[in-house]
Write a protein that binds this ligand. Structure first.
Ligand SMILES: [Zn+2]
Length: 352
């Protein structure tokens, strides 16, 4: 099969990889139809994080092509969405609601597991990982938003949930990438009254407003902190959502958080320090992590299918699998918020 290949920093190619086969009775083979590139893919793309050479990609939707003998909830032909990690759904960690930390689970597109940026993927623990997308004849816009549930929309939602966002609250969002913008959408969906988005980029500011941002702060660093405090009578925000993973973004999140408030952090940390003095002396909490997308997709999918939310709006660049290198370059150079990759054949499920 054709698949994207990581050859090293700044070197993404397309090549042949073995067709995936059923290895365990709980496996399913998914024929990928839509995939995308993630901000977290840019860390290894830029040589800032280690990654195996070979398969890449962890966000995809597609059609079930084959199932193992123990798969019960899925059928060949089903249109499915996958969270970016697979999980058994039965271990104590999964049962506690943390499938992204499943004892027997893992991620796609690394350590020998097929990547979503390819024609097909073997999905372990198919029944407790994949979710069938009900209905048929979905619009391209809807399918893009279903794809966004694979990671970015759930990660933005996790930032908001971890920050304790609720009705009437004042929220600040640090980061105007796909995750940050998805956090704005999530905060809006959870009933936040005021959402302050930190972004110096006009096209991303527009998406932030579309998603529900009430205020935009264009400054960065200390100037951004001053601006947010000035907008909130010196108090700061009740929930500060950190969606980048750098030391500066974490410092900004803690600085704009109101005393007694919460930081919800989902950025993959690179040189990040937690200001323990702020945690202790201003009672600012910190929660977050790798989003338990398998827990959130059942909650968010109905809103996507009903058109109540449109997280796919962040996918503003499109190519096919052969153009995958450009999909990475466009994001690396911030010409694109998030790149969509059209992979395989028809989108219509064979069996509804
Ligand atoms: Zn588990």
């Amino acid at each position: 099969m054709r698949a994207a290949i990581f050859n090293g920093p700044h070197d993404i190619g397309v090549g042949e990889r073995p067709d995936p086969v059923i290895t365990h009775p709980t496996d399913a083979i998914v024929r990928v139809t839509l995939a995308c590139v993630c901000g977290s893919d840019l860390w290894y793309y830029r040589g800032l994080s280690p990654h195996d050479l070979g398969a890449i990609g962890h966000e995809f939707i597609g059609v079930v092509d084959e199932i193992g003998s123990d798969v019960r909830d899925l059928a060949v032909g089903d249109l499915v969405v996958t969270p970016f990690t697979y999980s058994d759904g039965t271990c104590p960690i999964c049962l506690a609601g943390w499938p992204s930390n499943c004892i027997n689970g893992g991620g796609f597109g690394n350590h020998g597991i097929d990547g979503g940026q390819g024609e097909a993927v073997r999905v372990p623990f198919a029944d407790t990982t994949l979710l069938k997308v009900p209905g048929s004849g979905h619009s391209q816009e809807t399918l893009r938003s279903v794809l966004a549930l694979s990671d970015v929309a759930c990660t933005g939602h996790h930032a908001a949930v971890s920050g304790g966002v609720g009705p009437g609250m004042t929220v600040g969002v640090v980061g105007d990438g796909a995750v940050g913008l998805s956090a704005v959408l999530a905060a809006k969906r959870l009933g936040a009254a005021r959402i302050i988005a930190l972004s110096g980029n006009p096209s991303r500011q527009a998406v932030a407003r579309e998603f529900g941002a009430t205020d935009i702060v264009t400054e960065r660093g200390d100037a951004a902190i001053e601006a947010v405090l000035a907008m909130t009578s010196g108090l700061g925000v009740e929930a500060a959502l950190e969606c980048v993973g750098t030391g500066q973004s974490m410092a900004t999140a803690f600085a704009i958080a109101r005393s007694g408030g919460m930081v919800g952090a989902v950025g993959a940390p690179h040189d990040v320090e937690v200001p323990i003095d702020t945690v202790i002396f201003r009672n600012v909490g910190l929660r977050g992590g790798v989003a338990p997308a398998r827990r959130y997709i059942p909650e968010l999918l109905p809103d996507v299918l009903a058109g109540r939310i449109n997280p796919g709006r962040v996918l503003d660049f499109e190519t096919d699998l052969e153009g995958i290198a450009e999909a990475y370059t466009a994001m690396d150079e911030r010409r694109s918020i998030k790149s969509l990759v059209r992979v395989g054949g028809s989108m219509t499920p064979v069996v509804d």
